[in-house]
Write a protein that binds this ligand. Structure first.
Ligand code: COA
Ligand code: AMP
Length: 633
């Protein structure tokens, strides 16, 4: 039996032994005697009698083991530009001091803290400082605008918000403080305190907001007198963070992650999936605002005692398509994890990888990709130019770590283009049809995971058990619904083809078409609308809006487009990348009034489509196909 088969078997047949053994890599204040608590099934808890502190495991433990002088975090900003290295001892010092500052502001275990920050070290420091106090952080991606921030504030009800004067995007600075102020005004439950890390490149400081309802403090002032905080022991089952992610409606879902299961799973994944251990240099090119950033810029590599690289910049244009190769060469990166869009961007700018010739990337062993489907073209190009394994793996915010992967540290397997390989131990992945019946090999269906999910996966949605069950557990009892469709081949390789719901994935960023529709519908000229994700060569998908005008309204289509684009940018954020608007006569619907978004997407992508038997008025579909130039199959 291969090591993979053996590990997978044990994780399924004897999860207690498997996960209690993995749990030994964590330093517990009180070691768990049990792995799984299934008393509240179908909600599960891991390590119910364990207690620990996640920041202690990510920092103190390594310093105590004598690795205080090893680099923990290398910050490289192509935007400032600047570079900073923090050793484990230095990072611990910064985290403990900022935790002390938070405590002096009244933050205690269980309180929520919103972190709205660009890619600067203080973002990671703030996350770890919350973890140190047992406070629950909720990081909001910097590309979201005030209204999205306010929505998250109202759901999480934080006592405090940590931010910075702003972020740097190519060609412009993003001033965060006016957006924070606006979010506080929009919010029903604003935090009483705001802490601002001032960046000298970006105007705005806490002192400018004296008149606001909240008390605003400057980060650097607060840490001057703060006494370092010791780690607070929390139950393994206590929440570490809430991360909001797009669902099918406009309201984001607050995915809750625990402390114990998370630490165990991430440590297991660093060794077994990524083959990364203490002292290795690891780089995830993502953003702390996404789950990939939480798990693999901050927690995973630090729990493993590795050196994590945090990059502020883009794969191209900052200044060129050699940016990634420079960072690998300068820092001796052993493995890079990024989204396929980033690879496509590099390929587009530098198809023959001329930039790569300028750098020595000998240390690089593997390129990991996730966040969206790794299309065969991109996979083949990257494999050819890098001459190294390019390893796709599939997961989602909800799971927090890989569901399907090619486990480089456990048992590297042959790579198949288009497949992230096989289920990770702990995940019983199946493909079922609309009735929940298992399908044959190579047959497309809904990808589901038999319960319980392994440690590290969501323990629920923040304050919304009903939505948690409805979204994930009720459709196929006994299974977690991933929302993705795909198939498993005769060798057990899983192929993930795309979402089967209205979630779209733009440049590796998960977005909800529902929230864009809500904005577009708010325009006075719009009677109804649909937003669907259509194919995009660079970003995988992009949102495309179809609007029906109110009777009698006359508006120039380009003016309407510009107004709608500005509204989406203002209310959701630039990251929505909403640029396409088409005025149509009517939207195709079923007789029960459901908009046929999938068929619309097929028409817009010029794919063959069939007319659903439940259609209300086939003529609407014909007119749309004629307008967009598609054919019925
Ligand atoms: N703060 C503010 N604005 C942001 C932002 C942030 N943190 N991140 C992105 N934006 C803005 C961009 O500036 C852009 O604005 P614009 O419309 O005015 O140009 C807009 O949001 C869309 O961003 P994006 O889709 O990322 O496009 P881009 O042209 O800036 O960059 C890539 C394209 C391919 C370089 C970039 O998408 C990329 O690196 N993708 C990798 C994906 C990734 O890391 N995913 C994380 C999950 S693994
Ligand atoms: P997020 O929650 O932002 O990480 O997005 C999760 C979604 O991204 C998944 O449900 C998939 O639709 C998609 N996704 C992530 N990784 C992959 C992958 N390796 N292959 C295909 N789709 C992926």
């Amino acid at each position: 039996m291969s090591s993979y088969d053996e590990a997978f078997r044990q994780s399924v047949d004897d999860p207690e032994t498997f996960w209690l053994s993995a749990a030994q890599d964590v330093e517990w204040d009180s070691a768990p005697t049990r792995a799984l608590d299934d008393s509240q099934a179908p909600s599960y808890r891991w390590f119910p009698d364990g207690a620990l502190n996640t920041s202690y495991n990510a920092l103190d433990r390594h310093v105590r083991a004598g690795r205080g002088d090893q680099p923990a975090l290398i910050w490289d900003s192509a935007m400032v530009p600047a570079k900073l290295t923090y050793t484990y001892a230095e990072l611990l010092d910064r985290v403990a001091t900022f935790a002390g500052a938070l405590r002096e502001q009244g933050v205690v275990a269980g309180d929520r803290v919103i972190i709205y920050m660009p890619m600067i070290p203080e973002a990671a420091i703030a996350m770890l400082a919350c973890a140190r106090l047992g406070a629950v952080h909720s990081v909001v991606f910097g590309g979201f605008a005030a209204k999205e921030l306010a929505t998250r504030i109202d759901d999480a009800r934080p006592v405090l918000l940590v931010t910075a004067s702003g972020g740097l995007e190519p060609g412009r600075t993003i001033e965060y403080l006016p957006m924070v102020e606006q979010a506080l005004q929009l919010s029903q439950t604003p935090p009483h305190t705001v802490i601002v890390k001032n960046r000298e490149q970006i105007p705005g400081a806490a002192a400018d907001y004296k008149t606001s309802s909240a008390a605003w403090f400057d980060w650097d002032d607060l840490i001057l007198d703060a006494a370092p905080a010791e780690p607070v022991s929390v139950a393994a089952t206590d929440p570490l963070y809430i991360l909001y992610t797009s669902g099918t409606t406009g309201k984001p879902k607050g995915v809750v992650r625990d402390n114990g299961g998370h630490a165990v799973a991430l440590m297991w994944s660093m060794r077994n999936i990524y083959d990364i251990g203490a002292g290795d240099v690891w780089w995830t090119a993502s953003d702390v605002g996404w789950v990939v950033g939480h798990s693999y810029i901050v927690y995973g590599p630090l729990l493993a005692g590795a050196t994590t690289v945090m990059y502020e910049g883009k794969p191209v244009g900052t200044p060129d398509a050699g940016a990634f190769w420079r960072i690998i060469a300068e820092n001796g990166v052993k493995a890079l994890f990024t989204a396929p869009t980033a690879i496509r961007a590099v390929r587009k700018a530098d198809p023959n990888a001329e930039e790569l010739k300028k750098y020595s990337i000998d240390t690089l062993e593997t390129l990991f990709a996730a966040g969206e489907r790794l299309d065969p073209d991109t996979y083949e190009w990257a494999t050819k130019v890098l001459e190294r394994p390019v390893v796709d793996h599939w997961w989602q915010t909800e799971t927090g770590w890989a569901i399907v992967a090619n486990m480089r540290g456990l048992d590297p397997m042959p790579l198949k283009s288009g497949s992230p390989t096989v289920p990770v131990p702990g995940y019983r992945v199946e493909v079922v049809d609309a009735e929940g019946k298992p399908v044959q090999a190579n047959t497309e269906g809904n990808i589901v995971i038999a319960l319980p999910l392994p440690p590290g996966t969501l323990t629920g949605l923040w304050n919304d058990e009903e939505r948690y069950r409805r979204s994930y557990l009720d459709t196929f009892p006994g299974y977690y619904l991933t929302g993705d469709s795909g198939f498993i081949d005769e060798d057990g390789y899983v192929f993930v083809l795309g979402r089967s719901d209205d979630v779209i994935n733009v440049a590796g960023h998960r977005l909800s078409t529902g929230s864009m529709e809500a904005v577009v519908a708010g325009h006075p000229a719009v009677a109804e609308c649909a937003v669907v994700g259509i194919r995009d060569e660079l970003k995988g998908q992009r949102p495309s809006g179809y609007v029906v005008l109110k009777a009698g309204v006359e508006i120039d289509p380009e003016t309407l487009r510009q107004e709608l684009v500005a509204m989406v940018r203002d209310q959701i954020g630039a990251v929505a990348t909403f640029r396409d608007v088409t005025v149509v006569q009517a939207l195709p619907k079923t007789r029960s009034g459901k908009i046929l978004r999938k068929t619309m997407r097929q028409i817009a992508d010029h794919e063959q489509y069939s007319v659903p038997s439940t259609i209300e008025d086939p003529a609407v579909l014909e007119a749309l196909a004629q307008q967009l130039g598609s054919q019925e199959g």
